[in-house]
Structure formats: structure tokens, C-alpha cells
Design a binder for this molecule. Structure first.
Ligand SMILES: [Zn+2]
Length: 419
């Protein structure tokens, strides 16, 4: 399995920022030179036209322009590869009927990263809050080590990037042999109590079949701030120094929003896969088809999609089943007896006219996700009634909605559940 981890980098602390900037600019020149040669040289006669063939020209380049010897050679090869990858992406877009131009030379502002591949880097001092990334020809860079790289994971490549806000980040491309992944429990031996169904609510929250609910992050203040900064940007003269300053402010607010959402999703998804043996969640691709009014949920869907992706790769990392289930009718259907009854959105309670089962609307949907998941996974005794699972917490338990900030602070829902 391949996945990535991203860390904030603090190059200023070791005084290597200027060197990073300089290296990235040399890579930019190499990228542009690849572009130049691709367009000017005869691809057959001059033996270019593919990553591999073009990389063989690098020795010649270094003889002619010694500056290309100043950066790490594997990273330089990767830059040539980047050009051909972009070329391929562009031609695929063209094939799909998109109106695309040609690849362009990159200005310094458009080219802000470089990738070390296979060699020339080392991750060190991983025991504390900060670790050290050593890069050949650059030096040491402290990184905020908020999640450890698994011992068995192989670091395939390291990308160093300067964001528009001026902050530095490093992304590790990691590979874990399937054999090194923890084994997922045998579905036949799974206990339904250790599984959970999740309802992703339209009213911005997550509801579990255990009766836990957690509010989605309240970002209204951040969005208000963003609107303010964007208004101010639109009033400034384009490309003036004030405009440039304001553009940075806008980028900073956007980044802060993105980071808050990611942080929240990481904690929530980690909590779910480490607490349960199986997590069942609605299949968003099917949900999309079910939606009558298309665009209203698009933004929310993008966030859910990212969340489900996290759940899935973490499921692999922690040995937890993550299964997407058909969401059709999960709200209408009674989780206890299966009788369907249409509920308008404002009806927050499920109260079954046939069997008398009562639950919160979204809790009922979460039970349905649970039983569909158990069935799909082939768990032996798939017949689960809400009574068996929900009340496992205890009849007298007071289940309270958990605030998003609590998840962010503690990385869990469980600590505040009153039982
Ligand atoms: Zn019923």
C-alpha cells in the first residue's frame, strides 16, 4: 500500500531556507530546460521524448552548466520526470475532451517544490515532538512530527514544498508491504458489538450506531474572515505590493481552514478505526445518484469523500474493516423491523408505526448502515437488532452530542460520554 504523510517544516531554525529556495530554483530551471529541449530538439534523432531517455542527457547538462551539479542528482532526475508526468496529464485531459493549452515554462511563483527520490534523505531523531529531515546538499530541517511513520514503512520519496503563505511542508511518499499490514479480523468471528455504522448527516454531523454524535466543525468565523479578506483583495490594484500582501493573507486564511478540517478528520477517523473492528459508512458514489438537487451538498460531499478516504487507508494501517454500504433508504427504513416510512427532513425522531421502535432519526440510519455493513462483510450472525447494539452502552446512559472542538482536543469521542 502506498500513502503519504505531510509535516510542517521549520527550515528557518537551522538556517537552510535560502538554500532550499536556491535549490528549488535550480530545479525550476532544469524543468524549463527539459521543456525547451523537448520542443526544440528532434525527439527521435536527439534521443529524448521520454523520462528515461531525457534523464540520460543530464550528464551533458552538468558539463555545460555546472549549476546542475549543485543539486542532488536523483532529485534532478525526478524533475525531468515531473515534466513528462505533466505532459502525460495534459494529453489525458485533451483525450477527455478538455480544452487545454500547451505546457508552459514555469515562473518562480509557479514552481515551489522539489522531490528527493530513493536516496539523498534521512529521517532522524523521531522520538520527540520534532524530528529531523536530512537532505543531501542542503542539511537538516526540523519537522513537526505529529504522527510517526510506521517502523515497517519505507520512505520512497520526500517532497519539499513552499506554500503560497510562505510556510514550508515536507510530504513523505510511503510504502508498506501488504505483508507488514496488520491482519484484519476474520469476518466470521467478528462480534457485532465491535462494529459501528455511521450516518453522515446532512445537518453537518456524524452519528454512530452506538448513539454517539459529533458536530461538524464550526468554521463560520473563519469563512467570515475569508470573505472579508477576499473583498479587500478585490479592491486592491492587481499585482501591486498591497495586492500581493493581501493575497498572502487570503492564502493564510484558506490554509487555516483546510488544516482545521484535516486535523479534525484525522482525529475522528483514527478514533473510529482504533476503537472498532469494522466501520460501515455510506457509499458516497451511490448517495450522489440518489440526490435530487445536485449542487447543494457538493462542498460537503468533498469533505465527506476526504474523510472516507482517510478511514479507508487507516483501516488498512490499523487492521480494521472499512466498508461502504448502499445508503438508499437508510433513513426511511426502520432499523428494527425493516418497514419503510417516508420522513420529511424536519422530523428528527424515528418512531416506527409497525413495531414501535423509537430512535433519533440519524441513529436509526446509522443502525441500518451497521446491519447492511455486517451483511456485506458476511459477518456470521448478521441479524442485529438495535436493541442488541444500541443498548450495549447501557439503558441508563446519557448520550450527548460531542462538540467538534472536543474531538480536536482529545482525539476521541469516548472520554466525554457519560455512562
Ligand atoms: Zn419498526
Amino acid at each position: 500500500m502506498r500513502y503519504t504523510y505531510r509535516f510542517r517544516a521549520y527550515s528557518a531554525r537551522t538556517g537552510v531556507t535560502a538554500e532550499l529556495d536556491r535549490h528549488i530554483d535550480i530545479h525550476r530551471q532544469a524543468y524549463n530546460h527539459t521543456h525547451y529541449e523537448y520542443n526544440r530538439l528532434d525527439t527521435d534523432e536527439d534521443n529524448i521524448g521520454s523520462t528515461y531517455q531525457h534523464q540520460k542527457r543530464l550528464t551533458e547538462w552538468k558539463d555545460e552548466w555546472p549549476v546542475f551539479s549543485e543539486v542532488h542528482s536523483k532529485a534532478l532526475q525526478k524533475t525531468v520526470e515531473r515534466f513528462y508526468t505533466n505532459l502525460l496529464t495534459l494529453s489525458k485531459k485533451k483525450q477527455n475532451g478538455h480544452n487545454v493549452g500547451r505546457l508552459k515554462r514555469k515562473s518562480p511563483r509557479e514552481y515551489q517544490s522539489m522531490t528527493y527520490s530513493q536516496s539523498g534523505f534521512e529521517l532522524k531523531n523521531t522520538s520527540g515532538r520534532y524530528a529531523t529531515l536530512w537532505l543531501s546538499k542542503i542539511g537538516e530541517i526540523p519537522i513537526r512530527y505529529h504522527r510517526p511513520v510506521l517502523e515497517d514503512a519505507l520512505i520512497k520519496e520526500v517532497t519539499v514544498k513552499k506554500e503560497k503563505t510562505g510556510e514550508w511542508y515536507v510530504t513523505f511518499g510511503l510504502e508498506l508491504e501488504d505483508a507488514a499490514l496488520p491482519e484484519k479480523p476474520d469476518p466470521k468471528k467478528l462480534n457485532a458489538q465491535d462494529c459501528v455504522g455511521i450516518d453522515l448527516g446532512i445537518q453537518n454531523y456524524v452519528y454512530t450506531s452506538k448513539g454517539d454524535s459529533v458536530d461538524w466543525l464550526d468554521l463560520s468565523e473563519e469563512y467570515e474572515r475569508l470573505r472579508r479578506e477576499q473583498r479587500s483583495l478585490s479592491r486592491k490594484e492587481h499585482s501591486s505590493s498591497n495586492w500581493e500582501k493581501q493575497r498572502r493573507k487570503v492564502a493564510t486564511v484558506k490554509r487555516r481552514i483546510k488544516r482545521k478540517v484535516e486535523d479534525f478528520q484525522h482525529k475522528l477517523s483514527t478514533w473510529l478505526v482504533t476503537t472498532y473492528d469494522a466501520v460501515f459508512v455510506e457509499d458516497l458514489n451511490v448517495s450522489e445518484l440518489l440526490q435530487s438537487e445536485g449542487n447543494a451538498r457538493n462542498k460537503q460531499d468533498a469533505a465527506w469523500r476526504q474523510f472516507i478516504e482517510m478511514l479507508e487507508y487507516k483501516g488498512d494501517l490499523y487492521g480494521t474493516h472499512v466498508v461502504q454500504v448502499n445508503p438508499a433508504g437508510t433513513t426511511k427504513e426502520c432499523a428494527d423491523c425493516g418497514v419503510e416510512r417516508v420522513k420529511p427532513l424536519w422530523v428528527r425522531e424515528h418512531s416506527c408505526p409497525s413495531c414501535g421502535f423509537e430512535a433519533n432519526r440519524d441513529e436509526n440510519a446509522a443502525y441500518n448502515a451497521l446491519s447492511r455493513g455486517l451483511q456485506k462483510l458476511g459477518v456470521g450472525h448478521a441479524e442485529v437488532t438495535p436493541a442488541e447494539t444500541a443498548t450495549a452502552v447501557g439503558e441508563d446512559s446519557v448520550q450527548e452530542s460531542v462538540s467538534a472542538s472536543c474531538v480536536v482536543e482529545t482525539g476521541s469521542l469516548g472520554v466525554v460520554r457519560k455512562t
